[in-house]
Design a protein around this ligand. Structure first.
Ligand code: PM9
Length: 458
């Protein structure tokens, strides 16, 4: 008989949440321009907008915050963070930033020259924004399976080496400042790369003098899938696998608001001391002094503890991904089309299939996220045509193959009962899917439009 498992923590403090009426939510979503980013959290019942900065910190992290050294320069909290990053990821040089995009900004400005090409395994919104702002062009070299919502390939985050080779041969390695390798690819549905692929890409890049820069934001969740799925890794600890992933890179940007279990923070970590010195020069102009960057001393304390805690044992990540899988399998059982395999940080609904009566330029995923909110107060996020933005050359919507609603699970926040409420609501909306109408822009920002765009019903 299989035995049940439970989270490796118990709850010490609670934050009340309240259910609103359907009538209230119908008005609220119109006021928010059908954009779940524009809802007030007090109008949300179960908040699955993002796993970013929404973690419940541990008692150890909260108590570490009291030790925060708020000295302007040389704070002990900074050196604890340097040690934690070094011990867990192995990087020698640490540039602390206020969050992931601060690190992306510095890395992109330092390495990318106008006209350069940056190959990567699927775009991420802020990452591509900074690559383009530095004058680069992002080229997607992820495996084809990643764009196929029905493929069950276990490593949909892999880089297709033939695609990468073709880009390098086409533009020349001197026009490729680095390969942008994301762990557990967010926009593909939280899908991992295999260790074999990470090693092969690193070896190829070395031969061609191209650095590999990880987006290690969700390296922990990637490590879990390697342990579960890749031959030879079942007996390795999560800590060993995270370290091995990082060993095959020249540096990383990290949004610590995810795997690292904090509400704010991030970093750029590199091996090259010269690159680190240049990064520190930028850091002092854009974020803060090199021994705090964008964080308070107490934030660095919580982060140092969070980095160690995430790999202290394998139970944490097993329960974290286990909860995502629990929700995913409930939805699969209810017949709702979702991206499979179920990802590490959320369940991604295949809005393109669910609302196949809508054209992609009527933004099915945006409309579905709004409909789920109206049904139950559950807040998810569009990850499709709105997030992808417009092609700068044609000005047309990019119409990506993946038109998804992301139900993102915060770490250590919700229980299995919350997941049951979510799956019942999504099941109900799925049953009544034909009544969901399409949307059109009433306000469209020029960049990163998904954050602040407003819509009205078609
Ligand atoms: N990710 C997320 O919800 C928050 C912003 S977009 C809604 O998934 C990766 C892989 C991310 C990420 C943020 C960032 C940026 C970089 N890489 O939000 O600036 O998933 O800390 O990190 C979000 P920051």
């Amino acid at each position: 008989m299989t035995r049940s498992w439970a989270e490796p923590w118990k709850i010490k403090m609670v934050e009340p949440i309240t259910m609103t009426t359907r009538d209230h939510r119908e008005r609220t979503i119109v006021d928010a321009g059908y954009n779940t980013f524009l809802l007030r959290s007090e109008d949300v019942y179960i908040d699955l907008l993002t796993d970013s900065g929404t973690t419940a910190m541990s008692d150890r992290q909260w108590s570490a915050m009291l030790l925060g050294d708020e000295s302007y320069a040389g704070a002990t909290s900074f050196y604890k963070l340097v040690d934690a990053v070094h011990d867990v990821y192995g990087y020698e040089e640490l540039i602390p930033t206020h969050q992931g995009r601060g690190a992306e900004h510095i890395l992109s400005q330092l390495l990318i020259k106008p006209g350069d090409v940056v190959p990567g395994n699927m775009y991420f919104t802020t990452t591509r924004y900074h690559q383009e702002a530095a004058g680069g062009r992002f080229v997607d070299v992820i495996v084809d399976e990643a764009h196929d919502p029905e493929s069950i390939f276990p490593f949909k985050g892999n880089i297709d080496l033939d695609k990468l080779r073709a880009v390098v041969e086409d533009v020349g390695s001197d026009r490729v400042p680095y390969v942008s390798f994301e762990t557990n690819v967010n926009m593909a549905g939280g899908q991992p790369a295999s260790m074999a692929n990470i090693k092969d890409v690193h070896a190829y890049c070395r031969e061609n003098g191209i650095p590999v820069m990880l987006d290690a934001t969700r390296a922990l969740e990637n490590a879990y899938f390697i342990q579960q799925r890749e031959k030879g890794y079942a007996g390795h600890s999560i800590a060993e696998i995270v370290r091995e992933i990082a060993d095959h890179s020249d540096g990383a940007t990290v949004s610590s608001k995810k795997d690292n279990l904090v509400n704010i923070g991030g970093f750029l970590a590199v091996r090259d001391p010269d690159l680190a010195m240049k990064a520190r020069a930028m850091l002092v102009a854009f974020e803060g002094l090199h021994t705090y960057g964008g964080m308070a001393g107490r934030d660095m304390e919580a982060l140092a503890e969070g980095i160690r805690e995430m790999v202290a044992n394998d139970d944490h990540v097993r329960a974290r991904v286990g909860q995502v899988e629990y929700l995913g399998h409930q939805l699969i059982d209810a017949g709702v089309p979702v991206i499979q395999p179920i990802g590490g940080h959320g369940v991604f609904l295949d809005a393109g299939r669910i609302l196949d009566h809508l054209d992609q330029d009527e933004f099915p995923a945006q409309a579905l996220a709004a409909a789920i909110y109206v049904d139950s107060g559950v807040r998810g996020m569009e990850r499709g045509n709105v997030s992808a933005g417009r092609d700068p050359e044609t000005g047309e919507n990019r119409r990506p193959k993946l038109e998804l609603v992301r139900l993102t699970i915060p770490r250590r926040v919700y229980t299995q009962s919350h997941m049951d409420v979510v799956s019942e609501s999504v099941g109900e909306v799925f049953e009544n899917r034909r009544s969901v109408q399409g949307l059109k822009f009433s306000y469209e920002p020029d960049s990163l439009r998904f954050f602040q765009a407003r819509f009205s019903a078609v």
